[in-house]
Design a protein around this ligand. Structure first.
Ligand SMILES: Cc1cc2nc3c(=O)[nH]c(=O)nc-3n(C[C@H](O)[C@H](O)[C@H](O)COP(=O)(O)O)c2cc1C
Length: 262
């Protein structure tokens, strides 16, 4: 005769649930450290890729320490913070765009008309990265972010030491549709940025991601990047966020200040 009763069945089910939830939560807690470390490694790797100094045979942290110098910039003035001004949040080693953007002490709410990148809240400070080869600053890597069609896209633009010629462009986080807006990850499209000029000789912002393909007969070619086909809205978002971050509201004051130092 079966000894099963509804009570026993419920108790066994509850016990199984309890054991499983303990296992899942311990795994989540136990793996948190590894996840954090992977996330950090990933970010360092993105910076090395943008600076074109990644070497898969070498340790990421060592390469980063060898080639990259990170600074914190106050966007309004374009000033680089001195090490003595670093805080727990405003610190190149710990700087997290999403955290700073949410912190009212370190960010400002943008009016609709100035919020070209559709980010709502803009950090007052950003981390920037110099690529240094034998002690010489050879490139500047600037983080940028803004709304695509479905998601906020986070990327990096690398400029040559002339602070005008694009040396690299990549998004390291986005949620656009694979095959459409997701073509931002297409290596050919990313390469098409290299050599484009962000500013003209007078320092005016000129770079533009256009709808469709660049017409090479056009005199503006050096400032234009192909749009993504079938993804006009993502393309528009990218153009807007690039315009925003390289303008007066973004890195404009910092770039002007760096130019003035030459
Ligand atoms: C399921 C689905 C996903 C889409 N994903 C994107 C996208 O990631 N980025 C984008 O710009 N357009 C996307 N679109 C298309 C837009 O709705 C719109 O049609 C397109 O941006 C127009 O681009 P076109 O003028 O180059 O054809 C998607 C459409 C559908 C139906």
């Amino acid at each position: 005769m079966s000894t099963d009763t509804p009570r026993k069945t419920v108790l066994v089910a509850l016990a199984v649930c309890l054991v499983c939830s303990v296992l899942v939560s311990s795994a989540a807690v136990g793996l948190r450290g590894i996840q954090e470390k992977n996330r950090e490694q990933d970010q360092l790797k993105n910076i090395l890729i943008a600076g074109d100094v990644l070497d898969n045979k070498k340790d990421i942290r060592e390469l980063y320490d060898e080639y990259i110098q990170a600074d914190i910039v106050e966007l309004r003035t374009g000033k680089i913070l001195a090490k003595g001004e670093y805080t727990e949040v405003l610190n190149p080693e710990k700087f997290e765009i999403k955290i700073v953007a949410k912190n009212p002490e370190y960010s400002r709410k943008l009016d609709a008309e100035e919020d070209l990148a559709q980010i709502g809240q803009q950090p007052n400070y950003m981390v920037i990265y110099w690529v240094k080869v034998q002690g010489q600053k050879t490139k500047l890597i600037l983080p940028l972010f803004g709304k695509g069609l479905w998601s906020t896209m986070y990327g990096l633009i690398a400029l040559d030491q002339d602070l005008t010629t694009v040396k690299g462009f990549t998004f390291y986080e986005h949620g656009e549709t694979p095959g459409l807006g997701g073509e931002v990850d297409n290596p050919t499209w990313k390469r098409s940025w290299i050599g484009k000029k962000a500013f003209d000789e007078s320092g005016k912002l000129q770079i533009e991601v256009i709808k469709g393909k660049v017409n090479h007969a056009d005199s503006q070619t050096q400032y234009q990047v192909d749009g993504l086909s079938g993804a006009t809205l993502t393309t528009r978002g990218i153009n807007n966020l690039v315009q925003f971050w390289l303008s007066e509201n973004g890195y404009g004051p910092f770039i002007a200040r760096q130019r003035g130092m030459r």
